[in-house]
Design a protein around this ligand. Structure first.
Ligand code: KG4
Length: 345
């Protein structure tokens, strides 16, 4: 391998409950290893202390495997990109400390990454022998995950602006919390998605928020869902079991309607027709179908990432690292993680 010519970025992601490492060569993906954490299932949500302990155990084997699968050696790495935030502090500390150790050991410079920017830039991950049709600037990105629901105007790789965001819960939280009330496992989003396929989306109506601008709100839906179930259970204690598929389909439709309503408004008002979606909730099959149908109707160019690049992964961290490396944006040993971070940082 010619180290002079090739830019090899090692990406490290540890912001929540996935430990991930990835290697990208000149913008093309070589490996992307993700170790999830089953330990949280029993608690119905991510337990921060348990997450950082699991990262600590996973990080070395995950990085090792990513480097092996890429067919390179530690010394070949040009720069190490790590998630600095936002996320859980204890989890971020594991990735940040690992990046520092790796940098000291190999001499590869560090590049700090904003996790939210990385979700957006996941659209630029190239894979060998796969078609490559990234979005063109400016574009809008609907970023929907367990912690975020935002509409982002993307002017350039590292120039982004949040033009709308949730004022309370995220879309993923709405899926997960309502799923929990129905007795589904954590995280509930994928279970709701699966059950919704067999249900009637028009069976039940839940409240939709009236929020100004391009902002979102999901806490009212959660409450309306909870009260509705409480009332129905008084009449029929088997209500949830008997109507689970209809409940999931109606809940999912309401969340999708809320998300699309503001996205359509944002596209109209900004005049942007290049639209992307990112984050864990973008794995939702109903949302994907609705986005494609809306794109046809409104003449949008719609970009939907592969499932592997929607949830937390290090490929998007390495990809963002590549763009920052090209701009010469490096971090020093004084880089500390931030639990909260604006997308512009
Ligand atoms: O981006 P992500 O992996 O990380 C966090 O923000 O934590 O998103 C996780 C979220 C969870 O709320 C999960 O329920 C949701 O994405 N999710 C889904 C689906 N797959 C994952 N929600 C709805 N439908 C899905 N198929």
């Amino acid at each position: 391998m010619n180290k002079e010519k090739d830019i090899l970025i090692l990406g490290i992601e540890s912001s929540c409950d996935d430990t991930s490492a990835s290697v990208i060569r000149n913008g093309v993906l070589l490996s992307n290893i993700i170790a999830g954490q089953k330990v949280h299932e029993a608690y119905g949500g991510v337990v921060p202390e348990l997450a950082s302990r699991a990262h600590q155990q996973n990080i070395v084997p995950v990085v090792d495997l990513a480097i092996k699968q890429a067919g390179i050696k530690n010394e070949d790495i040009t720069a190490i990109a790590f998630t600095r935030g936002p996320g859980l502090l204890g989890s971020l500390l594991v990735g940040t400390s690992f990046a520092k150790g790796f940098s000291l050991a190999t001499g590869a410079p560090m590049v700090e990454i904003n996790h939210l920017q990385a979700h957006v830039l996941a659209h630029f991950i190239q894979e060998e022998n796969e078609p490559y049709d990234p979005p063109k600037f400016p574009f809008l990105c609907l970023l929907v995950s367990g912690g975020n629901s935002q509409i982002i105007r993307v002017k350039d790789y590292l120039d982004m602006e949040v033009i709308g965001q949730t004022i309370d819960d995220a879309a993923g939280e709405a899926f997960d919390k309502c799923a929990k009330v129905m007795g589904l496992p954590y995280p509930g989003g994928p279970f709701v998605d699966k059950l919704a396929k067999e249900g009637n989306p028009e069976a039940f109506k839940f409240s939709k928020p009236r929020i100004a601008n391009f902002d979102y709100s999901f806490s009212g839906l959660k409450t309306s869902f909870l009260y509705f179930l409480r009332d129905q259970l008084k009449e029929n204690e088997n209500f949830i079991e008997e109507r689970k598929a209809d409940l999931c389909a109606s809940l999912q439709k309401t969340i999708i309607d809320i998300l699309l309503d503001k996205l359509i408004k944002a596209a109209k008002e900004t005049g942007i027709k290049e639209i992307t979606v990112a984050g864990g909730v973008s794995a939702n099959s109903g949302l994907r179908t609705a986005l494609v149908e809306t794109a046809v109707k409104l003449h949008w160019k719609m970009h939907i990432p592969k499932f592997a690049f929607t949830t937390d992964n290090a490929a998007m961290i390495a990809m963002t690292g590549y763009f920052k490396y090209l701009k010469g944006e490096f971090s020093g040993m004084d880089a500390v993680p931030f639990a909260r971070m604006d997308i512009r940082v």
